[in-house]
Design a protein around this ligand. Sequence first.
Ligand code: SDX
Length: 431
Amino acid sequence: MSGSDKAKLSIGGKELELAIQKGSIGPAVMDISKFYADTGMFTYDPGFTSTASCDSKITYIDGNEGVLLYRGYPIEQLAEQGDFLETCYLLLYGELPTHAQKADFTHRITYHTMIHEQMSKFFTGFRRDAHPMAVMCGALGALSAFYHDSTDINDPHQRMVASLRMVAKTPTIAAMAYKYHIGQPFVFPRNELDYSANFLHMCFSVPCEDYKVNPVLARAMDRIFMLHADHEQNASTSTVRLAGSSGANPFACIAAGVACLWGPAHGGANEAALNMLSEIGSVENIPEYVARAKDKDDPFRLMGFGHRVYKNYDPRAKIMQKTCHEVLAELGIKDDPLLEVAMELERIALSDEYFIQKKLYPNIDFYSGITLKALGFPTTMFTVLFAVARTVGWIAQWKEMIEDPDQRIGRPRQLYSGAPRRDYVPMSKRK
Ligand code: SDX
């Protein structure tokens, strides 16, 4: 933290001084860590809309300006000029890699992409129709049972090995979850392919014939991974940090992040957004759904719209929209009915007073669903792909927390509004 100032607070005739800490960019923070000791009161912020949980150097978001920086680099520049593995290196180590560092990192990831052969048997315990996210939660959590030699969080070498293993193996596990779901044999990783091409090969090739990865689609997949790699202290990242603060092993922490990401308000929104577009079905039906989204008594929400932080356009959505059109053009998909509904829904939402007033713009999930469907993935795999990408962000944030000398177990308090103390009533005395 840089620079500081003070805030004055008067409570019950007592004057409090709270230190204000300024970061390098973005909002300052007011240090309330002694607030309870000084006042006997807790602060109250359900949903953490005004709470900074940590001091981080990894990702910066400006919700009003639609800015997203990974270690200071704008997502637009990285998505245009970089690649996913380079982004992984940047998020994990803080700087863009040199040629030699990129080559070494790529080699180490490539040679960790296989998983313990016994894990293949682990998959057979699942039902074939299990949701792939359920398999991901189980399989990533199970990694600590297969790679126990990299679970000591106090050993920097083991932390590094666990990090590489998770970045390298998550795509393999995700592809296995997909193959298991559709009843096809697992496909081994290929060391001559780059990260995203390898992933598409593991998902879509079959042993009966050669499969050539389309480089335009591989580039689109790589960019989708980059857009989803990290995003400050979102719900799943906060889950990973909280799990890690107890000293839990890195595999268990990432599995906790996968579980949180699955929710439709978070990473599950891409699957929910595509299902919503399919349910709307045609442009003529949009007004009815827009009316439902505005109706306070109707739980329906426009999936893929709105964001806790972005109160302007999600910068990732713009890049996602461009990637979506590239993929559809490459595949010769011209009049995709879902895209037609999406484009009209976006046009209406961006001009409708309700959405403008509530600052509900399309988020990354709005276009990713259409793109992933065009790439050949079923909707049940959409959040799995999000988890593959976000694994590096979770690990980078977990690593930063573990290496923070001020780190301690996260343990929020509460406002209690339940029954005051009362004595037990024996059954004989109850009605
Ligand atoms: C991701 O945090 C991250 O960074 C997440 C993420 C990442 O990379 O990690 O960016 C990924 O999770 C993107 C968000 C994906 N979720 C969805 O698309 C689901 C639909 N969106 C909503 O559920 C909602 O917008 C949230 C959950 C994204 C944000 O919720 P907030 O910040 O708690 O806002 P809110 O629910 O309080 O909504 C504010 C108002 C409400 O109306 P009022 O109570 O003020 O009258 O806007 C309304 C809401 O009713 N509203 C919507 C809406 N989203 C919010 N109305 C209709 N449709 C919507 N989509």
